[in-house]
Design a protein around this ligand. Structure first.
Ligand SMILES: [Fe+2]
Length: 342
């Protein structure tokens, strides 16, 4: 499915059984949507996610979002099973790499273990593919190998099921950075950006299909990468990912694709497509302005984070702002029924 039709606003609304008139306005418009406080209940798995968060030299907005995540977890007594770090983990210069003090200030202390006593599964964004002065991707891989940290990045692509006891989700984590003419495997003079090679792209694509073809032993299948396939943000749709990954998402009925990259919060559904596209890229970097490339979907241009709650019979997804207020909420069943709640 290379060119899916957007789910019309009418159909989006029709698929909801708990959808107020006010919610239809807030859920489908751009800008700052009104928020509500949404009690979190149920003894289930919880994952808090954040993307595009680690600015160099100015962590005010990152701190604001991280503080809201902590307050949210405490308020609703959420013991997160894992954090999902959706890339652009470190913008700008990071002298010292694996030994940089930014590991303490912008990860360990920013998302403290006293609140988030759980692994933090990370993946590389485009800003991580930056020699500043050495490879930050290499530094992130090396930091995970040191032990005594919650940071998990065992490879640039990996697969895991969670939680350990009676797992409900299979996560496939991918490197969404693709070869392009703006950045080469060996940074050209005057540039510090680089990208994977085309051989690496094809190698990962083969790995992805092998991974998807394994028997699914959990009710839900979630894929994560930094770049969205589809987005109403300024970076737009990613034609390489749509071409390479889109048909596999359809073939293997991926429930959910988590991404960042655009600095906002989005949720896109497409008619006949089994995958919900969920973007959480508002963790601290300067916000983007949303467009209307795929009308009828949710988007909000605010700083914030997101929450994935999983029971065997349903996933619940929420976008929350930097006060912990609920912006958007939907549920999805193992057989793919999406219900917009707010
Ligand atoms: Fe990015």
């Amino acid at each position: 499915m290379s060119d899916p039709k957007p789910l019309s606003r009418r159909r989006f609304i029709q698929r909801s059984f708990a959808f107020s008139a006010a919610a239809s306005l807030s859920g489908c418009g751009w800008g700052v949507a009104p928020t509500t406080q949404d009690p979190v209940t149920g003894g289930v798995s919880h994952y808090l996610m954040v993307g595009d968060y680690g600015l160099a030299g100015n962590d005010a907005d990152q701190t604001s979002v991280a503080s809201a995540m902590q307050a949210y977890a405490e308020k609703w007594k959420i013991k997160a099973d894992a954090l999902l770090m959706l890339g652009d983990n470190f913008y700008g210069n990071m002298p010292g790499g694996v030994d940089s003090p930014r590991w303490q200030t912008q990860f360990e202390q920013m998302y403290p273990s006293s609140i988030f006593d759980c692994p933090a599964y990370a993946l590389p964004g485009n800003h991580d593919y930056q020699n500043s002065p050495q490879s930050k991707v290499d530094a992130e891989l090396a930091y995970a190998q040191r032990g005594n940290t919650r940071w998990r990045m065992p490879a640039l692509r990996y697969r895991f099921t969670f939680p350990a006891l009676n797992p409900t989700v299979t996560f496939i984590v991918l490197d969404s950075n693709m070869p392009n003419e703006k950045a080469q495997p060996i940074p050209p003079a005057g540039s510090n950006f680089y990208t994977p090679t085309d051989a690496e792209r094809l190698d990962q694509l083969a790995w992805l299909e092998d991974s998807l073809a394994q028997p699914l032993l959990t009710p839900f299948l979630v894929v994560m990468g930094h770049h969205p396939l589809y987005s109403n943000g300024p970076h737009g749709d990613n034609q390489t990912l749509i071409r390479d990954w889109g048909p596999l998402f359809v073939k293997y009925r991926v429930h959910l694709y988590l991404a960042g990259h655009d600095h906002d919060l989005q949720h896109l559904e497409f008619q006949g497509h089994p995958t919900s596209f969920f973007i959480s890229g508002a963790g601290g970097a300067e916000l983007n302005t949303l467009g209307d490339r795929h009308p009828g979907n949710f988007g909000s241009e605010v700083h914030g984070f997101s929450h994935l709650q999983v029971r065997p019979d349903v996933m619940i997804l929420r976008h929350l702002d930097a006060t912990g207020g609920l912006l958007h909420k939907f549920t999805k069943t193992p057989n793919g029924v999406v219900t917009i709640v707010k």
